[in-house]
Design a protein around this ligand. Structure first.
Ligand code: AHR
Length: 317
């Protein structure tokens, strides 16, 4: 299988269920546009809806849960057929999900999980977020091969399921490896700008030479941190090893240039399986699995990252 076929495989497996979509109206409460990955997910969701003839009502919450709750209530008042939610944080959803349930409107969660009873939503389309952190941690364990390594961590948005789970997974992987230690850990809110600012503070507090590796919960923060590392006169990817999550085009470019060492892919196509499940449920009541898991693939410098970068750009990332 060549690179393009491999990358498209996940998408092909998520091909739409033909014929069910006519005249559906679906509300989509998106978190915002904090990262390149998020922008790609928005693009893919709109494409998926258009291909299926779905009228997609899109609401950008600008990172605020209160805006998401308002949007969901507005979708309910409009009588939409279904609702997609990418939940910014994990808690505080029960009441509004109850309201959707009372109105018989199925809800599908995209890319993040919530701490709410499972009967309040139809299904959740997400990666295994703990596993992603685990893969990142295991990669670093193997990479340093027993050498001492002081790690700094850029966490995602506080209270979001990927920030919680990616931290947990990474810590599980390095547990018992006394040569590895997380010496600083702070949120960079999944943004490039905060990734840079927080990395600058890590470099100042620790001294660049005392940091062996950066674990960032997403690529955008890692890319911001790369800038900070360069401005501190160090070589990202060499002086400080960098592992992160998403595999957006800029991360492949950084890998190709030797400025990043590893990233774990998160498909932006959550909407494909989400709309498949929604359409089947609305057509004949088919109940999907409670969790539709997307793939997590590790990319390192050994891959042809220049080719993957170009291919992903072509796909409209
Ligand atoms: O929930 C998925 C995460 O949200 C992505 O990894 C990150 O880039 C985004 O902001």
């Amino acid at each position: 299988m060549n690179i393009k076929t491999t990358l498209l495989a996940g998408v092909v497996a998520l091909a739409p269920v033909a014929g069910f979509a006519a005249d559906l109206t679906i509300g989509f409460s998106q978190i915002g546009s904090e990262s390149g990955w998020r922008a790609a997910e928005t693009t893919v969701t709109k494409q998926q809806a258009e291909e299926r003839g779905i009228d997609l009502k899109f609401a950008d919450a600008q990172q605020k849960q209160e805006n998401q709750i308002k949007a969901i209530r507005s979708f309910i008042a409009q009588g939409v057929d279904g609702i997609l939610i990418a939940p910014v944080v994990a808690t505080g959803w029960d009441e509004v999900l109850e309201e959707a349930k009372d109105a018989d409107i199925p809800v599908v969660l995209l890319d993040r999980t919530v701490d709410a009873p499972e009967d309040l939503y139809l299904t959740a389309v997400t990666s295994d977020l703990v596993h992603e952190g685990n893969v990142a941690g295991q990669w670093l364990v193997d990479e340093v091969a027993g050498a001492d390594c002081r790690i700094v961590e850029l966490q995602g948005t506080t209270g979001s399921s990927p920030a919680i789970d990616r931290k947990t997974g990474f810590e599980q992987a390095i547990k018992g490896h006394d040569n590895l230690e997380i010496v600083r850990s702070q949120t960079g809110d999944f943004t490039r700008s905060q990734g840079k600012v927080v990395m600058e503070s890590f470099l100042k507090a620790e001294g660049g030479a005392n940091i062996c590796a950066l674990y960032a919960h997403n690529d955008d923060m890692a890319v911001g941190a790369i800038q900070a590392i360069k401005e501190a006169g160090l070589k990202p990817g060499t002086d400080i090893k960098i592992v992160s999550i998403d595999a957006v085009p800029d991360a492949h470019l950084a890998l190709a240039n030797g400025e990043m060492n590893a990233t774990i892919e998160l498909t932006p196509n959550m909407a494909g399986p989400a709309l498949d499940a929604m359409e089947a449920y609305l057509a004949d009541g088919t109940m999907p699995a409670k969790w539709i898991q997307t793939e997590s693939k590790l990319y390192t410098a050994k891959d042809d990252n220049q080719a993957v970068y170009e291919m992903k750009k072509d796909l409209g990332y």
